[in-house]
Design a protein around this ligand. Structure first.
Ligand SMILES: NC(=O)c1ccc[n+]([C@@H]2O[C@H](COP(=O)([O-])OP(=O)(O)OC[C@H]3O[C@@H](n4cnc5c(N)ncnc54)[C@H](O)[C@@H]3O)[C@@H](O)[C@H]2O)c1
Length: 366
């Protein structure tokens, strides 16, 4: 049976969803909707699906089994909840939402409706990320001591000016961390485990007309006792590939986008050399370091495939709602630590009150 996908929000990333679905067997994008009719018409003409000008009409389409949410980050909640209530499975772009309360509302709506919920973090499915995870699970690092994520990217002023929602607290929910580095924050906590303490600095140094941070540095304590750093920026010309660095008492591994840049363990295995050869020079695009559209869609394809299998097998997808919420909580903790100039304990429990967000929203992001 062919599974029908419906896309909500027909902008930049929607095109990647269409390509990713096209690579799947037995799946097809059958519908799309955008609050701007011309955007829905453009995508529907391009990929040959039904373009809707009304969300409820798209959700009443019996051919739609799964809805992917590609609206601005702070506008994921409403269409995600509507889709769940209409009995559709839901796949939400990162971040799941921009506050813990809004994440929890999506998770609750999907639970109540008995539909599957997945959050999009394509990097987790890359072969190099999977190899790193396996090495952690197999204990190859010995005691993990340091885990770092570096996302030194570059975004032009034109990028921020290209959409009214970009760089606003209300709809982007944050800056270099919440929009760009969140992929790496997710990978880091997936590999290193939960974060328990955060201290941080954030600032806006290089752009105009945005409310959010374009530089951020946080130091972390993980539940396993290890420490680490997150550095995130959109102000580092010309932009470098993002890196994850894991160190332990018996091993070091460095992931540079999809490349295994370093893979060095006290106890090497027969597979190590083959893995290194296969996964060095693996990155085919800029990985979004300077151009947001210079990304591949194969991670999305693997993630969608996992969701289809999860539905068929009656299990949770690898990145469900709870997994999607984890990076949002860490980033909100970083914002709180920076604003309070204090060390913050995780879990947060509830959303921190962020003065920057209050000021930003008051300042006219509406
Ligand atoms: N996984 C990734 O690598 C990746 C990459 C880029 C963007 N994203 C995420 O995808 C989302 C969209 O980003 P984008 O770059 O495609 O943005 P975009 O501005 O290009 O597209 C957003 C689209 O949503 C539409 N829209 C806005 N509010 C809507 C609503 N309430 N209902 C229906 N349509 C609405 C807009 O008209 C626009 O066409 C963001 O959450 C972003 O973080 C993920």
């Amino acid at each position: 049976m062919t599974t029908g996908f419906g896309i909500v929000g027909c902008g930049m990333i929607a095109g990647f969803h269409a390509k990713a679905v096209a690579d799947l067997r037995d799946a097809e994008v059958v519908a799309c909707f955008d609050m701007f009719p011309e955007a829905a018409d453009r995508l529907s003409a391009e990929i040959g699906c039904q373009g809707y000008h009304d969300l409820d009409a798209m959700l009443a389409d019996e051919g739609v089994n799964i809805v992917t949410i590609c609206t601005p980050s702070g506008a994921h909640l409403e269409p995600a909840v509507a889709a769940a209530r209409a009995g559709k499975h839901v796949i939400v772009e990162k971040p799941l939402e921009i506050t813990l309360d809004r994440c929890d509302q999506i998770i609750a709506a999907c639970n109540d409706a008995g539909v599957t919920l997945a959050t999009i973090f394509p990097s987790r499915f890359h072969e190099s990320s999977q190899a790193l995870k396996r090495a952690v699970v197999d204990g190859r690092f010995g005691r993990l001591t340091i885990g770092d994520a570096y996302v030194k990217w570059y975004r032009t002023q034109e990028y921020y000016d290209s959409g009214a929602w970009r760089g606003t607290w209300k709809l982007d929910g944050g800056g270099a961390l919440m929009n760009q580095a969140i992929h790496s924050v997710d990978l880091l906590t997936w590999l290193m485990g939960p974060v328990t303490e955060i201290s941080a600095h954030i600032d806006m140094l290089a752009h105009e007309r945005i409310e959010v941070e374009d530089v951020a540095v946080a130091t972390l304590r993980f539940e396993n006792g290890a420490i680490g750093v997150i550095e995130a920026t959109t102000a580092a010309y010309p932009g470098a590939l993002k890196r994850i660095e894991l160190h332990g008492t018996t091993g070091t591994a460095v992931l540079e986008e999809e490349d295994l840049a370093t893979w060095d363990f006290e106890q090497s295995t027969d597979e190590d050399q083959a893995l290194l050869e296969r996964l060095q020079g693996k990155t085919e695009t800029g990985g979004g370091a300077s151009d947001p559209s210079a990304i591949g869609h194969h991670g999305h394809t693997m993630l969608f495939d996992d969701v289809l299998k999860a539905i068929a097998e009656g299990r949770s997808p690898l990145i469900d709602g709870t997994e999607g919420r984890r990076s949002v909580e860490i980033i909100l903790g970083i914002y709180q630590a920076a604003e309070a100039r204090a060390t913050i304990d995780l879990p947060l429990g509830s959303d921190p009150v962020l003065q920057a967000r209050i000021d930003g929203v008051r300042g006219g992001a509406d």
